[in-house]
Design a protein around this ligand. Structure first.
Ligand code: SF4
Length: 342
């Protein structure tokens, strides 16, 4: 008989359970840990033999006192958007930065971009602020402002050396994300774009759980056209449904290549099974648009510049603007209000 993972099912995280304060542990959590903040902490059969068992079993199971702080800290943010992808390498961070630049191209908007990819933060480089440090005031940590109306926050600002690897276990990562949400003084924002790492990891769980009370407006899923990427998007969709996250829609990134010289369009990652458009139809979620590859996007990211500002009239620029409008539409906004004159 083929081995099954059924025995592990009891250690699955309960996404609906209210978050509890994490107890102080005497040893790292083992791999099969159901979560020291969970109702089952210390009582689950998977906890047998764990050095933390007594601490977890007797820790008060009251709600996490930081949740109301996070909720009040983010009370001035109108729309909180998570950017998710099932797989790495689909251009999620590039898309997150373009979405933030896109919203911020309307001077009436104030936009925040938060990088929760703790192990591979790339947003500071893409936004041209990688050498910045965070200012701390009595109000909290101030985001780094890359434009008058666009602020960025990333773990990279706290690392002594940008080439340092962040080798942290789940609780430490969760702690940092909580600190981001609790201590960053975003002020009043129209949009907060949250860039997440690929997959359905600790970071997703943390962001989703911590923001539940504050209210996430929805998630944008990013994929490339091939089935190998769409496969993982289906898992991400499942995660969103289980976590009660509204899906604003899916974007097909790297959807063809338009030569900047001759304008000829070719397919690099062929949509063998119909691509993201077909998946969106099957799953009953909005298709937000297809964004073709343009080598100048990579260059803009390397130089920390806004691709939309420089190449907004190219096919890729126009497609990205269309996606920004589509996200706005899904948020219930008037497209003219999101990007006037586009
Ligand atoms: S006792 Fe606590 S730390 Fe150990 S496995 Fe259970 S919940 Fe995790």
């Amino acid at each position: 008989m083929a081995p099954t993972l059924e025995a592990e099912a009891s250690t699955q995280v309960d996404l609906d359970a209210p978050l509890h304060a994490a107890p102080k542990l005497v040893a790292p959590e083992p791999e099969h840990c159901p979560g020291p903040e969970s109702k089952q902490a210390g009582l689950n059969p998977a906890c047998a033999g764990c050095p933390n068992q007594t601490i977890c079993a007797t820790a008060p199971k009251g709600p996490d006192p930081d949740i109301p702080l996070i909720t009040s800290r983010l009370s001035g943010v109108r729309h909180k958007i998570l950017v998710l992808s099932g797989k790495g390498g689909v251009g999620k961070s590039t898309f997150s930065s373009a979405l933030a630049w896109g919203f911020a191209s309307n001077p009436d908007h104030v936009v925040g971009l938060m990088d929760t990819d703790i192990c591979g933060p790339s947003i500071p480089k893409m936004m041209g602020v990688e050498d910045e440090t965070i200012h701390v005031s009595g109000e909290g940590w101030s985001p780094v402002w890359v434009a008058e109306n666009l602020g960025v926050m990333s773990v990279q600002f706290m690392l002594p050396n940008r080439d340092d690897a962040v080798i942290w276990r789940g609780p430490k990562k969760n702690g940092l994300i909580k600190k981001f949400l609790k201590d960053v003084e975003w002020g009043d924002l129209d949009f907060l774009v949250v860039d997440t790492p690929p997959g359905t990891s600790d970071e997703h769980l943390s962001v989703t759980s911590f923001l539940k009370e504050a209210g996430v407006s929805g998630a944008v899923l990013v994929s490339t056209p091939q089935e190998v990427s769409l496969l993982d998007v289906r898992k991400e969709l499942d995660f969103c449904r289980k976590a009660g996250l509204r899906v604003l829609g899916i974007v097909e990134n790297m959807s063809g290549f338009v030569c900047p010289n001759c304008k000829h369009q070719s397919q690099i990652f062929r949509a063998t099974t119909g691509g993201a458009r077909k998946l969106a139809k099957e799953e009953g979620i909005p298709f937000l648009g297809a964004v073709p590859l343009d080598p100048r996007i990579g260059k803009s990211c390397d130089y920390g510049e806004s691709f939309l500002e420089q190449f907004g009239d190219t096919p890729t620029g126009q497609a990205l603007m269309g996606v920004v409008q589509a996200v706005g539409r899904e948020l219930g906004l008037d497209v003219e209000e999101v990007l006037p004159g586009n």
